[in-house]
Design a protein around this ligand. Sequence first.
Ligand SMILES: C=C(CC[C@@H](C)[C@H]1CC[C@H]2C3=CC[C@H]4[C@H](C)[C@@H](O)CC[C@]4(C)[C@H]3CC[C@]12C)C(C)C
Ligand SMILES: C[S@@+](CC[C@H](N)C(=O)[O-])C[C@H]1O[C@@H](n2cnc3c(N)ncnc32)[C@H](O)[C@@H]1O
Length: 366
Amino acid sequence: MEAAAVAWTAAGVGMALVYWFVWVMGAAEVKGKRAVDLKMGSITNDKVRDKYTQYWSFFRRPKETATTEASAEKVPAFVDTFYNLVTDIYEWGWGQSFHFSPSLPGRSHREATRVHEERVSDLLGAKPGHRLLDVGCGVGGPMRAIAAHSGSQVVGITINEYQVNRARTHNRKAGLDSRCEVVCGNFLSMPFADASFDGAYSIEATCHAPRLQDVYGDVFRVLKPGGLYVSYEWVTTSLYRADNSEHVEAIHGIERGDALPGLRRQDEIASIAKEVGFEVLKELDLALPPALPWWTRLKMGRIAYWRNSLVVRVLTMLRVAPKGVSEVHEMLYETAQHLTRGGETGIFTPMHMVLLRKPAAAADTK
Ligand SMILES: C=C(CC[C@@H](C)[C@H]1CC[C@H]2C3=CC[C@H]4[C@H](C)[C@@H](O)CC[C@]4(C)[C@H]3CC[C@]12C)C(C)C
Ligand SMILES: C[S@@+](CC[C@H](N)C(=O)[O-])C[C@H]1O[C@@H](n2cnc3c(N)ncnc32)[C@H](O)[C@@H]1O
């Protein structure tokens, strides 16, 4: 009798622990995504591993993906696959804004994220009546913050259909669907009319473009003359040394784990903007002091990543999550180490900000 009671108690405690670990601890803090709801975008469960393998073999040597025209053309499709694989994990472990921001003393990550997004809105001078373009909008965290802060209309574009659906759901839930619209498409050739936006922005998204000229050129085309464009770019800084193997390893690690066809140098951005016709009004690395490190959030998350990895394994074993999720999670964990290294050494920044203007007298097309 006593043995039975012990067994029942142990079973009860076990169940409670699993519940706590997976449903409670594994649940989104403020993010709206729980571990038990992890999907791999529009990839069916039986294809997750194959898709991950295909992704990995394509981006294994990131620099080569941009150098031949044939492989550069394939980049958007592989970026789409990447976001099918990672979107739910990002939402679960990070939130609805897929970018970094400088830490703010005494303020939460959520607040620091919002401040970084509102800065874009303020740089653009966004206001009610303006129609803004969000280039590479993810699931729309920045779009909702900017629409709420400025009162403007925002149209977002993403290559990934699954993100379109997530973003629309979040917009509806936030009561912002009348001011936030989401379109599935390629930002290298956008389905928008010439001179149809008052302003545009991209937050940590154009780094996926094999040629920055293509995306900047198309943003230039859809902006009204006099319209402003703000971009937060992922770049290597002047501290990066191509003959330093540690530097090379960190940068390759960042490129491989983030679907990047080769990072650009910080000093290339403004000249590319000018090449397509923009005036450069401001250029600043927002990660430089007095800004506090953006990578501390990644470092602080280590215990949570360990827990997440266990949760993902348990869910895969229980067949709640598809096979292959653990590999994707592991890849992200390694990417986080490379990003941290890039931040600590100062060879990489994810927030090189440029404020650009299409000249008032510019022709409507590039
Ligand atoms: C701009 C891009 C994405 C930037 C970041 C939002 C993401 C870069 C690396 C991601 C993560 C790394 C570790 C994950 C962790 C192992 C997991 O348990 C929970 C999610 C992570 C923290 C995940 C979250 C998003 C990132 C920080 C790129 C793609 C251009
Ligand atoms: C790291 S996420 C950033 C999302 C959003 N800006 C944010 O901060 O939350 C990069 C985004 O760029 C989009 N993207 C990448 N390449 C694209 C392309 N060729 N066309 C359209 N969107 C693209 C991805 O689908 C994703 O939504």
